[in-house]
Design a protein around this ligand. Structure first.
Ligand code: NAD
Length: 255
């Protein structure tokens, strides 16, 4: 493990243009369950169809009855040592930006800049009615907590939904374009806490390989990209990433 941590740090030290691709495993140590971890993943205790847009539009009340607690837990969560390590790397000029599949907003709450949220964010609510406006998530949550079974847009009375991408919805085009720009000149992609089973995020490492970037991964379980990675670490991000960043920081401070 020690050698792999050293190798990952060296990869970062040798590189100028570093990007990260993160998934739900980045935030499990902030108390937010991922989808697919054996024993703890959300799909072990609930039906994935709950994250489907047709389920939501058919019956928003049932959706909120099942999902409110999970959503509130996500909104209240705090960045962990992994998120904070990425911010540190960025401050040393060693991270250009992050493409995240996460909707929890924890990279932004950890003050990392240039974060692309390709699946949207739970920190906003979007009106599905005529006006299509975006509101802070509190507009939606306050209605639910005050006993309204469903949530209404304050402007046009349309239904409010969390501004995260549900299954069956289009991904934000602008976010996808920004991932292409970020990857275009990268020389390493750090892949952190993702099973790489969700498309199109699972194509992003291949886009990085196409521009001759190197890949390094930290994930508890094996993934289909491991054989293409220069460093593969199977373990906890909040434990391992701070150790890598510490080595980078020691070298950075010598300059
Ligand atoms: P996933 O559940 O498919 O995979 C998570 C991966 O992270 C697993 O392979 C697991 O081994 C690994 N992992 C879990 N905890 C880890 C840790 N502490 N350290 C290292 N690795 C760890 O999640 P995914 O690949 O991100 O894709 C699925 C979808 O999950 C995305 O669409 C995302 O929007 C959604 N999601 C997001 C959140 C969030 O915002 N925090 C939470 C649940 C699901």
């Amino acid at each position: 493990m020690k050698e792999k941590i050293q190798k990952f740090a060296e990869l970062i030290l040798e590189s100028e243009n570093i990007v990260a691709l993160t998934g739900a495993g980045m935030s499990t140590e902030s108390g937010i369950p991922d989808f697919r971890s054996p024993g703890t993943g959300l799909w072990e205790r609930m039906d994935p169809s709950f994250a489907d847009i047709s389920t939501f539009t058919r019956n928003p009340t049932a959706f909120y009855q099942t999902m409110l607690e999970i959503g509130l837990n996500m909104i209240k969560a705090k960045p962990n040592a992994g998120h904070k390590s990425l911010t540190k790397l960025q401050k040393m000029g060693k991270l250009n930006g992050i493409m995240t599949q996460n909707i929890d907003g924890l990279h932004k709450r950890a003050h990392t800049k240039n974060v692309i949220e390709i699946h949207g964010t739970i920190n906003e609510a979007k009106c599905m009615g005529k006006c299509g406006k975006i509101f802070p998530i509190t507009t939606l949550v306050n209605q639910l907590l005050s006993g309204n079974p469903s949530t209404k847009c304050p402007d046009c009375d349309g239904i409010l939904k969390p501004n995260a991408v549900f299954f069956g919805e289009q991904l934000p085009t602008e976010a996808l374009e920004r991932t292409d720009e970020l990857i275009a000149n990268c020389d390493i992609m750090m892949i952190l806490g993702t099973s790489l089973l969700v498309s199109p995020a699972n194509f992003l490492p291949y886009k990085a390989l196409n521009v001759d970037a190197k890949l390094g991964i930290i994930n508890r379980e094996k993934t289909n990209i491991d054989h293409q990675c220069l460093v593969v670490i199977h373990g906890s991000i909040a434990e391992i990433l701070p150790k890598i960043v510490e080595i980078v920081e020691i070298e950075y401070n010598k300059k």
